[in-house]
Design a protein around this ligand. Structure first.
Ligand code: MRU
Length: 360
């Protein structure tokens, strides 16, 4: 049997035991420096998420799960009821670090539920027992993400045409997960199976996740990226260079509408125009069935300085205002398929989502 595909670096890892530290690969420094940022407090984790030191929907969720463990150890509660209060308090603080990726809220809810169930089922348990149980759950979430990425890769690789050109946006790779990534995990799996294809990477303004992160990451996996500016996609499609668009997701509503990095919507419209398949890869933890459609997805607005400046150097005139929505929503009708760890969902997505999540 062949060894499972492994990322050549660890984006997020727990160092130590109960009083350990969360180490995140600091994505603000890439590609110039590979440096790990130690997070020892809830504030450290909030700051890491807010400033995109750790980013990408699944990685944010994993960081938040360990953040609750850290919050509990910081609070040093002397009773189970105070421990539950500390967990609620840490969860409330972590929940405001970024609004769009639902994996953050999914992970916090799962951790809180784990804590309440444990206390209910183990009335004699003390705070240390609860801490151990929660840390185990955070490790489970991390391991599940590794397995999920592999499964997405296996399901999705059949969609990658041998000899084709794939366009991707932002970073939905190993840097955004604990495993090989979602959209990029599909490319690594296809590459491993011997397929040959070109990967075009949108630079992804304003924070350049494509240029700084995806291009770096693809090279680490042995795939040479071709970097393009965001405004070049239409011309490449017209020239016949793109056989599929493949992106990740931050939140998928019950009808299949999908929030992802700003610019994804435009790519979906271009892909429809040029009759190119448009694929979304995401774990089922990215589905939010509490909202019927994309209009209810909260969109993060970031500082206008990110648009008006480049690396702290002002590029726009002083009186120009910046506008900086970090995500947009692609309508379900323009998505050719969603690749999850449970299989490939085809339109009509609303029905396929209900079936795969068992909520017929
Ligand atoms: O602002 P970011 O860099 O966190 O945005 C990330 C994305 O839009 C990704 O495509 C998405 O989170 C999927 S990651 C597997």
């Amino acid at each position: 049997m062949t060894e499972p595909l492994q990322p050549p670096f660890h984006t997020i890892q727990w160092d130590g035991g109960l009083d350990g530290t969360l180490l995140v690969l600091d994505q603000r420094k890439l590609p110039a420096e590979v440096r790990f940022l130690p997070c020892r407090t809830v504030e450290d984790i909030m700051e890491a998420i807010r400033t995109l030191a750790v980013r990408g929907a699944p990685a944010i969720g994993i960081a938040a799960a360990f953040g609750l463990c850290i919050g509990l150890s910081q609070a040093k509660p002397d009773s189970i009821s105070r421990a539950l209060t500390a967990i609620e308090d840490a969860a409330a603080r972590l929940a405001v670090s970024r609004p769009t990726a639902v994996n953050l809220f999914w992970a916090l809810e799962r951790m809180k539920k784990t804590a309440y169930c444990f206390v209910e089922q183990n009335p004699r348990a003390d705070v240390q027992d609860l801490r151990r149980h929660l840390l185990k759950q955070a490790h489970t979430i991390l391991q599940e993400d590794i397995d999920t990425c592999r499964a997405i890769g296996e399901h999705g690789e059949s969609l990658i045409p041998d000899g084709g050109g794939i366009l991707t946006h932002c970073n939905a790779g190993a840097l955004a997960t604990a495993g090989i990534g979602t959209a990029l995990g599909i490319l690594y799996t296809a590459h491993r199976y011997g397929k040959h294809f070109s990967v075009y990477v949108d630079e992804t303004r304003p924070l350049l996740q494509g240029a700084r992160l995806t291009a770096w990451e693809l090279s680490q996996f042995g795939i040479r990226p071709t970097l393009i500016c965001d405004n070049m996609a239409a011309s490449l499609m017209k020239a016949g260079k793109i056989s599929a668009v493949l992106v990740g997701a931050d939140r998928i509503a019950a009808n299949g509408d999908t929030a992802n990095k700003i610019g994804t919507l435009g790519l979906s419209i271009l892909a429809a125009h040029f009759q190119i398949p448009f694929y979304v890869a995401a774990p089922t933890s990215t589905f939010d069935l509490s909202i019927p459609s994309g209009q209810f997805i909260p969109i993060e607005h970031r500082s206008p300085d990110e648009v008006c400046s480049f690396r702290n150097l002002r590029i726009a005139p002083p009186d120009a205002e910046g506008y900086n929505p970090a995500f947009d929503v692609t309508d379900a009708e323009r998505i050719s398929a969603v690749i999850t760890e449970k299989g490939i969902l085809r339109p009509p997505l609303e029905k396929a989502i209900r079936q795969i999540l068992g909520t017929k």
